[in-house]
Design a protein around this ligand. Structure first.
Ligand code: GUN
Length: 291
């Protein structure tokens, strides 16, 4: 078993971006600017957004964090998005999900200018991705594709089983793995809560992407020898021995699965850092369209 090391691979991407940003500065050009909107105080969302802002600083991007209380109105959010859409200095807009229940995710996502939709959630971005046209690819599946590319994992003609059908991970992942590209060209099975023969399907998989948010869901008896495993899960489970009071657990029972597979992403340090690197790549791309 070998580790798909997201920390290492994302560092390589960040180093490249850092050099490109430094070059923009030398040329007196505008540097990429990411605006992030965070609503409420959800611990996990706070951590993700803080990490996105910190990475911007690390590689020389500008970032703006806009925070709202949990009771912010949808109207106020839409107004802010409109302002950011028209701000020529802002290249990328992200609204951290989930949003409070009284706010319609769809209305908020649809309000973002597709040219600044670095999260790739706008229907225009999704449509372009499905058609194989250049666009912003959602950060997590984009990061996974970059990780497979970094480690030169052969995907052509392989059977990939994606567990989970969310708009953020599972569904775009299934599109990318089946696309006529490298990585890509997989035969894809997408599984979800209503799938009846999950174990049987997983046992046929050459590649498994687990994105269901249930700790240790994929067990050793579901995995054949030599499978490539990508674990998107990052559930917080109580751990009194940690200062934070919790530790992160993936969707895959790493301890028992790792001896069977050929490659596997650790949690943490696998998909998470790649997600951030992919978001930075999208923001850089948006900036370059203006520079
Ligand atoms: N919540 C979980 N993943 C994501 C992501 O990639 N982008 C945003 N905006 N929110 C998320």
């Amino acid at each position: 078993m070998q580790i798909l090391d997201g920390r290492k691979a994302s560092q390589a991407i960040k180093n490249e971006l850092k050099i490109e940003v430094a070059q923009l500065v030398v040329e007196g050009k505008k540097v990429p600017h990411l605006a992030a909107i965070l609503v409420g105080n959800d611990g996990a969302s706070e951590t993700y957004v803080a990490s996105k802002v910190k990475t911007c600083e690390e590689i020389g991007f500008k970032s703006t964090l806009i925070r709202y209380d949990n009771d912010v109105s949808e109207y106020k959010l839409l107004e802010k998005i409109e302002e950011l859409n028209h701000d020529p200095d802002v290249d990328g807009i992200l609204v951290q999900l989930p949003l409070p229940k009284h706010v319609g995710d769809e209305n908020v996502i649809n309000a973002i200018d597709p040219d600044k939709d670095v999260d790739g959630f706008h229907p225009v971005s999704v449509g372009r991705m499905v058609q194989g046209l250049p666009t912003y690819i959602p950060a997590t599946p984009h990061g996974i594709m970059l990780l497979l590319e970094h480690y030169k994992i052969e995907t052509k003609g392989k059977h990939a089983v994606v567990i989970g059908r969310s708009n953020i991970v599972g569904r775009p992942m299934s599109v990318l793995l089946s696309s006529n590209s490298n990585p890509g060209n997989c035969t894809v099975t997408i599984c979800h809560s209503q799938t009846k023969n999950l174990k049987e399907l997983c046992l046929q998989a050459d590649i498994i992407v687990a994105a269901i948010g249930k700790p240790d869901y994929v067990t050793a008896d579901m995995v054949k020898e030599g499978t490539v495993i990508v674990d998107v899960g990052i559930t917080r489970v109580e751990d009194k021995s940690k200062k934070s009071g919790f530790r992160l657990k993936g969707d895959v029972d790493f301890e028992n699965v790792s001896s069977k597979c050929s490659w596997i992403t650790p949690v943490p340090g696998g998909v998470g850092p790649m997600t951030i690197a992919a978001l930075m790549k999208n923001t850089f791309r948006s900036c370059m369209q203006k520079n």
